[in-house]
Write a protein that binds this ligand. Structure first.
Ligand SMILES: [Zn+2]
Length: 145
């Protein structure tokens, strides 16, 4: 994915400015907790970003209500994207932290229309830990939940 760098002044997040209407965007939907707008870097036509209205850098900082709201809006937008652009598939992409590829430090989900052979490549290594190792991971998470 091409690297986008948020050049907003310190303390003035790009998406907060966009939510406040201080900078223009091609908006497609808005409700109490979310704003959906066209990504200026259209991976494929119909590529939309769904952001929380309140500033939260990552998924971890959203309230449960906000987390539900952004996914409901993403689904609503995805249905509209399917109806309007008829992609072969739709990918949701949501990154938290620079190591995960997050370039704007304000929570957002990409709704990306996908087509066969559209040039997007997404690969990851697939090590296969032993069952007892997986069980150990699961136990740690159950304890944390
Ligand atoms: Zn923000």
């Amino acid at each position: 994915m091409p690297e986008f760098v948020d050049t907003s002044p310190s303390g003035s997040c790009l998406f907060c400015r966009l939510v406040a209407g201080e900078i223009p965007s091609a908006q497609v939907f808005e409700d109490e907790h979310t704003l959906a707008f066209m990504d200026i870097g259209q991976v494929n036509p119909g590529h939309v970003l769904v952001a929380s209205k309140r500033h939260a850098a990552t998924l971890l900082e959203l309230t449960g209500e906000e987390a539900g709201a952004v996914m409901q809006t993403a689904q609503r937008v995805a249905r509209a994207v399917q109806a309007c652009f008829a992609p072969d598939g739709i990918m949701l992409l949501q990154a938290n932290g620079a190591a995960a590829g997050q370039t704007v430090q304000h929570f957002h989900i990409h709704v990306v229309p996908r087509h066969a052979d559209d040039g997007i490549h997404f690969t990851w290594p697939r090590p296969s830990p032993a069952p007892d190792v997986l069980a150990g991971y699961a136990e740690r998470l159950r304890t944390a939940l």
